[in-house]
Design a protein around this ligand. Structure first.
Ligand SMILES: Cc1cc2nc3c(=O)[nH]c(=O)nc-3n(C[C@H](O)[C@H](O)[C@H](O)COP(=O)(O)O)c2cc1C
Length: 484
């Protein structure tokens, strides 16, 4: 029988821990976000659908992005115990300069459309944190204003337009303003099919239609900001009535080749990095050209759908070119653990695109600060739990990749498939071949025949999830040598 008594005030007092109520709604909102996915949820509530979907969306069935994220989820960390991890250093030298953490802000176009503070918010937050900020050719703040907001490291991202003189004029301005690195993006010969934009009738700037006005009602702050601040303007043009994809197709030069890259390289005084590398052969060619770095990236899944997963390419690319060229990585990073795993497999540095934009949409500059804080805390905590004190101590042995979404071995059928299969098969990873299945197919004469085939996969991002969750998860050890 439990003996009960009246609670005495002197016993209650130590239990009463009322926190000071945060009166600033933005601070309260951002403090409630513990992960990048939390920031994403806040961003979705506060941003008009067309602008949010432009950020969130990828190309076609959005499989490239879903798979890149899945690949990060499908890792196991292997910690070492009984190490003194009282101090952790996340800094290193990247492309000739210091960074306080192993990630920087990726170049994104039209950033003021997501939230009115745009690139300036990102640049200021990057400066405070000691990480590089990348400004896109399609940026909505000028090269000089971004430099003023971030006296630290700025990188300029170049898209080669049909009007080369105008493209190179931007490059000259970036050099004059003291940008230390040029990122030449090479995965946009034409625009990827961003179906959400077409479905939403997304134009630049967003148009006031009955649909957007209804959608604006629960998001007044975005619209007040949009209508009462400087109109959206681009380095290139101020208005475009079609989708972003149509605009890119009208402006971008689809004839750019390795020779053009060499020509650009000759004119740039700083470090030159090629962004959008997706196989080992191209990485080798670029290393032979003497570029300073490459970014393994499929543009956050916004270009070619079903593209190689950059994280899967990492070990072989690092092994092949990592001695001469710094290998960077982006696409799909949503947590500090993704960054730690990339560094362990040999990436010198990583870039975050959507994670940054979710922070921006959730709370402007303070939201970008929060994004950086979340990733930074996740990185240091993961490193401590792994038993390492510095980025250089991270090594491939810290990561086991679980064997979902690994490429199925097959006979190459043509030159293109040779390149991609060579590129996507990690040399030391054991590759599982899906069991052959018999499926009925219609013959030319209309009769039904039975053909042997590798296991067929359903379409769509949800299907990718289903496919991966039903797949086996046996561990595949990745061994990458020659890590820089
Ligand atoms: C809204 C948005 C706009 C982007 N604009 C550009 C751009 O102008 N130039 C560029 O090289 N990459 C651009 N990217 C790609 C990013 O630089 C980066 O490769 C990608 O976002 C990485 O994937 P993540 O979003 O999963 O981090 C853009 C990405 C997003 C989400």
């Amino acid at each position: 029988m439990v003996k009960r008594q009246f609670p005495k005030p002197r016993d209650l007092a130590p239990l009463m821990k009322f926190k000071k109520v945060e009166l600033n709604a933005k601070k309260r909102r951002l403090a409630s976000a513990l992960t990048i996915y939390d920031l994403r949820r806040i961003a979705a509530r506060r941003t008009p659908k067309a602008a949010f979907d432009y950020t969130e969306g990828a190309a076609e069935a959005e499989l490239s992005l879903a798979r890149a994220r899945q690949a990060f989820e499908d890792i196991q960390f292997n910690p070492a115990i009984l190490r003194d991890v009282s101090t952790v250093d996340t800094s290193r030298t990247v492309l000739g300069g210091p960074v306080s953490m192993p990630f920087g802000i990726a170049p994104t176009g039209f950033t003021r459309m997501m939230q009115t503070e745009g690139e300036i918010a990102g640049a200021r937050a990057a400066f405070r944190a000691g990480i590089p900020f990348s400004l896109s050719t399609m940026g909505t703040a000028s090269i000089e204003d971004v430099k003023a907001a971030n006296p630290g490291r700025n990188w300029f991202q170049l898209y080669m337009w049909k009007d080369r003189d105008r493209s190179m004029a931007l490059v000259e301005r970036a050099a004059a303003a003291g940008y230390d690195t040029l990122l030449v993006t090479v995965d946009v010969p034409v625009a990827g099919a961003r179906l959400r934009d077409t479905r939403n009738g997304m134009s630049i700037p967003p148009a006031l239609t009955p649909k957007t006005i209804v959608n604006a009602i629960p998001r007044p702050e975005w619209w007040i900001n949009f209508l009462t601040t400087e109109p959206l303007a681009f380095a290139s043009l101020s208005r475009w009535s079609g989708t972003v994809g149509e605009m890119l197709d009208a402006m971008f030069d689809p004839t750019v080749t390795f020779e053009d890259l060499a020509w650009i390289k000759d004119q740039w005084p700083g470090k030159l990095v090629v962004k959008g590398v997706q196989n080992v052969d191209d990485a080798r060619k670029l290393a032979a050209m003497g570029v300073d770095g490459i970014v393994l990236s499929n543009h956050g899944g916004r270009q070619l759908d079903r593209a190689p997963i950059p994280f899967h390419l990492l070990p072989e690319v690092v092994r092949e070119v990592g001695g001469d060229t710094e290998v960077l990585l982006d696409t799909g990073i949503m947590a500090g653990a993704d960054i730690v795993a990339s560094i362990a497999l040999g990436a010198r540095f990583t870039l975050v695109g959507r994670a940054y934009l979710y922070g921006l949409m959730a709370g402007g500059e303070a939201g970008v600060d929060r994004m950086i804080q979340i990733l930074s805390e996740q990185i240091t905590r993961t490193m401590r739990l792994l038993g390492v004190n510095s980025l250089d101590e991270l090594e491939p042995g810290h990561v086991t990749q679980l064997a979902r979404l690994t490429p199925i071995a097959r006979e190459p059928t043509d030159a293109a498939s040779t390149a991609s299969s060579k590129a996507s098969l990690p040399k030391t990873a054991s590759v599982k071949t899906a069991p052959a299945k018999t499926v009925p197919v219609k013959t030319a004469s209309g009769k039904t025949a039975i053909r042997k085939t590798a296991s067929s996969k359903p379409d769509g991002a949800k299907a990718a999830k289903r496919e991966s969750s039903s797949a086996e998860s046996s561990p595949t050890k990745i061994k990458a040598e020659g890590k820089k």
